[in-house]
Design a protein around this ligand. Structure first.
Ligand code: B12
Length: 212
């Protein structure tokens, strides 16, 4: 059986080769990909975050762990999108301007695909104009904004303001998330919803499109 403790350690220690190998094993054994991500990989990244806070880890270690998680996610992503049924709606997702963190955003994007959405992933460091362009060109009904830095949280507000300026605010629902974001902050900036995790993001987005 795939050793999930070893997968946890591989993400924690930034060992991409082992993380990928165990993920492959787990896939062969039909382990639920969402369980693998939420039960093992996210807790490992949380621990990485704690070690960084305690100054036991520095940026190079963060990058290695992020790379291990990314390697495993590349294998899991196609499985997540297979889970979905017919498209429920279109989502434009991105990490806001000046913010380069994309692991959580990628997870949200993958699970949204798995939840039946067509997802336009704009990447990280996304300026408001790019969201506006995507809503106009792809007809996205939902905009998902991610931020991991307290200093980039205001970019969420700027993006919502830009949607208002462009006359698009009433046409889309805006969901926000990322470690420092709270429900209070979401309310303050006039977002339509806040989700603390990727699974919450999917539940919220489906609810907003009138699907359970
Ligand atoms: C990995 C990491 C990095 C990597 C990012 C790699 C990558 N490709 O993403 C690298 C090394 C590049 C990095 C850089 C920096 N980082 Co950094 N990083 C982290 C770390 C350890 C983990 C983040 C992560 O991926 N978590 C795992 C994912 C799965 O969780 P998540 O993103 O929160 O996402 C989940 C939910 O929040 C939610 N979610 C996310 N987005 C959305 C969106 C919506 C719409 C919804 C509904 C839900 C949702 O769903 C996700 C899954 O359930 C955190 C510490 C931490 N514990 O958060 C620090 C952290 C975020 N980084 C920090 C800092 C300071 C930096 C740097 C400034 C460091 C530096 N001195 O250069 C730079 C900034 C670069 C920039 N301009 O963005 C600080 C931020 C402090 C603050 N208060 O702002 C943290 C908190 C570490 C710390 N404790 O000091 N970082």
């Amino acid at each position: 059986m795939a050793d999930l403790k070893k997968l946890y350690d591989a993400v924690l220690n930034g060992d991409a080769k082992t993380a990928v190998a165990i993920t492959k094993e787990a896939i062969d054994e039909k382990v639920d990909p969402v369980e693998l991500i939420s039960g093992t990989m996210i807790p490992a990244m949380d621990e990485v975050g704690k070690l960084f806070e305690e100054e036991e880890y520095f940026v190079p270690e963060l990058l290695l762990s992020a790379r291990a998680m990314k390697g495993a996610m590349e294998l899991l992503r196609p499985l997540l999108s297979e889970r979905g049924a017919k498209p429920v709606g279109t989502v434009a997702i991105g990490t806001v301007k000046w913010d380069l963190h994309d692991i959580g955003k990628n997870l949200v994007a993958s699970l949204l695909e798995g939840g039946g959405f067509e997802v336009v992933d704009l990447g990280a460091n996304v300026p408001p104009e790019k969201f506006i362009e995507t809503i106009r060109e792809k007809g996205a009904q939902i905009v998902c904004l991610s931020a991991l830095l307290t200093v980039t949280m205001p970019s969420m507000k700027t993006t919502i303001e830009a949607l208002k300026q462009a006359g698009l605010r009433d046409k889309v629902k805006v969901l926000v998330g990322g470690a420092p974001v709270t429900q209070q902050f979401a309310d303050d900036i006039g977002a339509d919803g806040y989700g603390e995790s990727a699974t919450h993001a999917v539940a919220l987005a489906r609810k907003m499109c009138g699907v359970n």
